[in-house]
Design a protein around this ligand. Structure first.
Ligand code: FE
Ligand code: FE
Ligand code: ZN
Length: 278
């Protein structure tokens, strides 16, 4: 089995997200730790965090996956942008301590003209500055589509970041199916081959979460435009094979293509049918 859920808004509080996901029939979810355009975090009320943790345990949820801000660019050329990003990462990880067992994923960054090698080094430097042996949260680098100057559009780039981080046991990878496909890995015709390649380059033991998105574009387009489950170039057959693949069992799968709650409920139901659980 896999855990299935979708992206939710934290605006109603933390425990409310757990209640919403129960009503949608899922058993994991993701949310932005702060406004995706950057800016402030939602105030955290410890009693609200405790209520969510109790609900997650009682309903046997899989790990939830908090998402760092899109504006958090640890490898920007601009030094102030980098400093702001490091500050966001530090504060996000501080709050994550309220949610033991939850994962935290972020986009590695865009090198904005400095080159991939410099980008990789700056991202690793930032992770080395914040991760300590006491860090409670596992931090996931998201696989990227390789749009513009994005770092992380190949498995090798993610591996290079991991190689340079001291606290490697705090690091994992979030496998975004739209991004991996757009980056040029053929999940439709060679799913086994792509996962074997992931295992060889990074190691499947680091693959700890899946962003379960279809794509509006063809393999290798480097576009990063998500499509609803089964309606894009990946299609229902390939998405179904992903959900059932032995290498991806026990992982949280998060639908993050924007949808109404009713639409998400339907998509979750479809996945549960694939799994033979509905
Ligand atoms: Fe993402
Ligand atoms: Fe994603
Ligand atoms: Zn995306």
């Amino acid at each position: 089995m896999i855990y299935i859920g979708c992206h939710l808004s934290v605006s109603g509080g933390f425990a409310a997200m757990g209640e919403t996901m129960l009503s949608l029939g899922g058993n994991t979810f993701a949310y932005f730790t702060r406004n995706p355009r950057g800016g402030k975090t939602k105030d955290l009320i410890p009693a609200d965090a405790d209520a969510l943790n109790a609900l997650l345990a009682k309903a046997h949820f899989g790990p939830t996956v908090a998402h760092g801000s899109y504006t958090m660019n640890l490898c920007a050329a601009n030094e102030q942008t980098r400093r702001n990003a490091l500050d966001m990462l530090e504060k996000d990880l501080c709050r994550m301590a309220y949610f033991p067992g939850s994962l935290y994923n972020f986009h590695p960054g865009s090198h904005t003209g400095q080159g991939t090698e410099t980008g990789i080094q700056l991202i690793a430097d930032a992770l080395n500055a914040v991760l300590t042996p006491d860090t409670k949260t596992t931090v996931l680098l998201e696989t990227m589509a390789g749009k513009g100057s994005e770092v992380g559009g190949t498995f090798e780039e993610l591996r290079a970041i991991i190689d340079r981080v001291e606290q490697k046991e705090k690091l994992g990878v979030c496998f975004d199916t739209c991004h991996v496909w757009d980056a040029g890995y053929d999940l439709v015709h060679d799913l086994d081959g792509v996962l074997t390649q992931f295992d060889r380059v990074i190691g499947l033991d680091r693959l700890l979460a899946v962003h379960f998105n279809d794509s509006k574009n063809d393999c290798g387009s480097h576009k990063d435009r998500h499509e609803k489950l089964g309606l894009g170039f990946l299609g229902a057959d390939a998405m179904r094979r992903l959900a059932l693949h032995p290498a991806l069992q026990e992982k949280p799968f998060v639908l993050e293509t924007p949808n109404e709650l009713d639409g998400y409920k339907q998509e979750i139901h479809t996945v549960l049918q694939w799994l033979g659980e509905a």
